[in-house]
Design a binder for this molecule. Structure first.
Ligand code: FEO
Length: 404
């Protein structure tokens, strides 16, 4: 790994994590994730956001630092925008290598440094608008951005280069390899990162969309030349692109999203699937794009991403033991936890002896403020009449999406 110059005093150093581990212990990172840290050099050296000891991340960062002639021991200030352990897990080891470095974070951040790492000495709380002068005209300003996505979060702003360091905000999944800047990736690669950005947003940030919007408003007046997040691409050519993407994703929390449908389905013996096929015929007849995900076969992380960006959902599941099919109950619960509000939804499903999924489902979605089309349920295999009704429901849902 080498360091990447953002300006003559600002550098990105990153570690690529390729692993079968789950991010936060929940989310797939089958295409990896990057942990980005940053160096700002004046007379003093500041280091922004650390890593955890994960797939040799500290060694990768150490190599990148060495490429610009800096050792961990030479760092004067460690700025922690956010204390989640992907950015702080190596703090105790770092402190052992560099006992003199001052650690800066928000007041809440300093409390977490104490509770997570039992470190109190040499830790200083900074407030919104505070500045850190590194000498030689290199000044950092701290901007509190609470709940993006933890309460202690802040951004760091380097006016001389126009670089904003927002930690998790404006980040994405996906390993970077030997490039970091937006203008060094092909259109196809950028499209991959865009998909990984919405997945990251839906998985990590979506519950805090209101705070994302507040944070975007708060930095709007800055002359931003570069967005330097702690995961994913560094946006130096078109920083507005990632700001706009995040603003758009945040807006989905309030209502209609893209004109597409996320079809999420489970089937035990093919009866619910037969009904779903009729719904899909209806959607296809209207020409509305859709994504399709089988539960529990597919990773919830990807389902959540497509559901977040779709205006409408089809939820197809059989009744299981007089209630919802259990893996689908988990997905519905995840939708509640991630504030998947404002969707238009068609729920369908087969039952054996008697239904039950409908009742539990309707109680479960109550807080989500969805607009529900009439639920369609049938006993066993769908009749010709059921299939005709289901196709009609698919068309109706697609027409709503098309004309919204
Ligand atoms: Fe990348 Fe919330 O940590």
């Amino acid at each position: 790994m080498c360091a990447f110059a953002i300006s003559d005093t600002v550098y990105c150093v990153h570690a690529d994590i390729q692993t079968s581990d789950l991010f936060e212990g929940i989310w797939s990172i089958k295409d990896g994730v990057s942990l980005n840290s940053y160096v700002v050099k004046g007379e003093k050296i500041a280091f922004i956001d650390l890593v955890k000891d994960w797939k040799e991340a500290p060694q990768q960062i150490g190599e990148a630092l060495a490429s610009i002639g800096i050792e961990f021991a030479a760092i004067d200030y460690l700025i922690l925008n956010h204390i989640e352990p992907d950015h702080t897990g190596w703090l105790k080891e770092f402190r052992a290598l560099n006992p003199h470095c001052e650690i800066l974070s928000t007041d809440k951040g300093c409390k977490l440094v104490k509770s997570f790492y039992k470190i109190e000495a040499g830790v200083r709380a900074v407030k919104d608008g505070d500045m850190l002068d590194l000498g030689k005209g290199q000044i950092l300003t701290f901007i509190e951005a609470p709940n993006v996505h933890w309460p202690e979060t802040m951004f760091t702003w380097h006016e001389a280069s126009g670089t904003l360091f927002p930690c998790d905000a404006f980040g994405s999944f996906g390993a970077l390899g030997d490039r970091v800047f937006d203008d060094t990736f092909t259109d196809e690669e950028r499209a991959f990162f865009e998909k990984e950005t919405i997945r990251y947003y839906a998985n990590i940030v979506s519950s805090f969309s209101l705070f994302v919007e507040k944070a975007v408003q708060k930095v709007k007046h800055l002359d931003i030349q570069c967005i330097a997040p702690s995961h994913g691409i560094v946006w130096r050519k078109n920083p507005q692109k990632i700001i706009d993407l995040y603003s758009t994703y945040a807006s989905y929390a309030k209502g209609p999203a893209d004109k597409e449908i996320a079809v999420i389905w489970s089937s035990m013996y093919g009866n619910t699937k037969a009904g779903l096929d009729a719904v899909i015929r209806g959607i296809e007849a209207e020409g509305v794009p859709y994504t399709i995900h089988r539960v529990p076969d597919e990773d919830a992380s990807y389902i959540l991403a497509d559901a977040w960006k779709s205006s409408a959902l089809v939820i197809a599941m059989p009744t299981y033991e007089y209630a919802m099919f259990p893996p689908m109950a988990y997905i519905i619960d995840l939708f509640k936890r991630k504030h998947l509000f404002g969707k238009t939804v068609l729920r369908i499903g087969s039952f054996g002896w008697i239904g039950g999924a409908k009742k539990e489902y309707e109680a479960a979605i109550d807080p989500l403020k969805w607009t529900s089309l009439e639920s369609r349920e049938w006993a066993g295999f769908p009749s010709q009449e059921d299939l005709a009704d289901l196709e009609k429901s698919g068309r109706q849902l697609a027409q709503i999406v098309k004309h919204r």
